[in-house]
Ligand binder design. Structure first.
Ligand SMILES: CC(C)[C@H](C(=O)O)[C@@H](O)C(=O)O
Ligand code: SF4
Length: 480
């Protein structure tokens, strides 16, 4: 009998189920576990208290990112600069202790490989197609850009994975987001995923794993795919993935943890089976017309509060749902915006280019292309560019991108989560606005009272040049 047609997610799920239980839960094998300093200390502590060992230390990779200041980490004498904040210092110290004590591979704060966990995994070839990847972090879906089933877990699950290399969970429903047609010039992966979240809403993917399908994704770079999948959680989904293809294989080949030469052909042969069968049925399907996607920007305090850059701040009355009307009013009050204001009239004082959504080399190139030969506007008090990893930083410097940023008046920093969230010294001052390439515009996300407008790297660069939210396509048309 021919086997039932399956989606990509179902294929990966089936390949990892150890046991299906009568209550509908499944025990699933976890291939890769990424660990950072914020969600791991209690998990390691719990193991220690129970006298348990890490079951598969070789399948875990630890790296600090959230709390690290992005200023110099060693002083002129080569000594480590201590972290001023006590909690951050303690969390980092715990990871530095716990990883080696448990035989877990660790990239320390000063190593070239250090970076944001979701940048490091793909970059090291640790994240691979067809694998189950978890991390105590909601943006783990990012790795789905390589055709993995990747999802965030809580600290108690981190402990479970460390102890057993398995998780007990229920199979998710499947959702396809099919994008038809082609993206227009100047429209990036970030604009597309913001648009998608604007369409489906922050609850649109609840209970589902999204597969992004269509020619747009086939033509998209791996960096772009990682950006798209990264924000799946902002659409409420448990994960997001894109079927691996030749681009994926080329991206992975030769990376430190990638399959070696003698294992490569077998790995690729397996990866080539990882796609949704033509007759596979998704529980939910959303179709997006790529031609409708414009460079996008958020106006509110939820990632679904998206408009095209040519749009205006919406009026709360324009929403039919009363709870959304109230949320929109609260957002506008927090953001200090009036309905009807053109988005391009909104002035910004801060620019942040970074985060696991947009800190890979291609993102930095896109920002630098806009900034080359230009200067930041007088409105901009603080503009920082934070590469996603030490290796991204080296690559950017080899291409001279750091100089472009510095000459434009922006700061060039050490890798980490930085101003994506206010857990380290990089914060947007209360009442000020930022054009930010990160993924969340929640109240207080970039610091108490900070007003965040999510944008793509090119759009953040355009805001740096003009001092307001701007349509990057206008700058792209005129010479610097
Ligand atoms: C601190 C961490 C647990 C958190 C997450 O889970 O996503 C952070 O990375 C975020 O982006 O809000
Ligand atoms: S860069 Fe931002 S979204 Fe990504 S892991 Fe760090 S804090 Fe979370």
């Amino acid at each position: 009998m021919a086997s039932r047609p399956r989606t990509l997610y179902e294929k990966i799920f089936d390949a990892h189920v150890i046991e299906r239980r009568d209550d509908g839960t499944c025990l699933v094998f976890i291939d890769r576990h990424l660990v950072h300093e914020v969600t791991s200390p209690q998990a390691f502590e719990a193991l220690r208290m129970k006298g348990r060992k890490v079951r598969h230390p070789e399948l875990t990779l630890a790296v600090p990112d959230h709390n690290l200041p992005t200023t110099a980490r060693v002083d002129a004498d080569g000594n480590r600069v201590p972290i001023a904040d006590r909690e951050s210092r303690e969390q980092l110290a715990a990871l530095e202790r716990n990883a080696p004590a448990n035989g877990v591979r660790y990239f320390d704060a000063t190593s070239r490989q250090q970076g944001i966990v979701h940048v490091v995994g793909p970059e090291q070839g640790f994240s691979l197609p067809g694998t189950t990847i978890v991390c105590g972090d909601s943006h783990t879906a990012c790795h789905g850009g390589l055709g993995a089933w990747a999802f965030g877990i809580g600290t108690s699950e981190v402990e479970h994975v460390l102890a057993t290399q398995t998780l007990l969970l229920r199979q998710s429903k499947t959702m396809e987001v099919r994008v038809e047609g082609e993206l227009g010039p100047g429209v990036t992966a970030k604009d597309l995923i913001m648009h998608i979240i604007g369409v489906i809403g922050t609850a649109g993917g609840t209970g589902h794993v999204i597969e992004y399908r269509g020619k747009v994704f086939e033509e998209m770079s791996i960096e772009g795919r990682l950006t798209v999948c990264n924000m799946s959680i902002e659409g409420g989904a448990r994960g997001g993935m894109i079927a691996p293809d030749e681009k994926t294989f080329a991206y992975i080949k030769g990376r430190p943890f990638a399959p070696r030469e003698d294992e490569w052909d077998a790995a690729v042969a397996y990866w080539k089976t990882l796609y949704s069968d033509p007759d596979a049925v998704f529980d939910k399907s959303v179709v997006i017309d790529a031609a409708e996607v414009e460079p996008s920007v958020t106006w509110g305090t939820s990632p679904e509060d998206v408009v095209p850059i040519g749009g205006v701040v919406p009026s709360p009355d324009s929403f039919t749902d009363p709870s959304k009307q109230a949320a929109a009013q609260a957002s506008l009050d927090y953001m200090g915006l009036e309905p009807g204001t053109p988005m391009t009239e909104v002035e910004v004082q801060n620019v942040f280019i970074g985060s696991c959504t947009n800190s890979r080399i291609e993102d930095l190139r896109a920002a630098a292309e806009v900034l080359r030969g230009r200067k930041k506007h007088a409105n901009i008090k603080w503009g920082i560019v934070v590469p996603g990893s030490g290796l991204v930083k080296e690559q950017a410097e080899a291409e001279g991108l750091d100089k472009v940023f510095i000459e434009a008046g922006l700061e060039w920093r050490e890798p980490g989560c930085s101003a994506c969230l206010g857990m380290n010294p990089d914060k947007v001052p209360a009442g000020e606005r930022s054009a930010s390439t990160s993924n969340r515009n929640f109240v207080g996300r970039q610091g108490p009272g900070a007003r965040t407008h999510l944008v793509s790297p090119a759009m953040a660069a355009a805001a740096a040049v003009t001092g307001r939210l701007s349509d990057v396509r206008e700058l792209q048309r005129e010479p610097a």
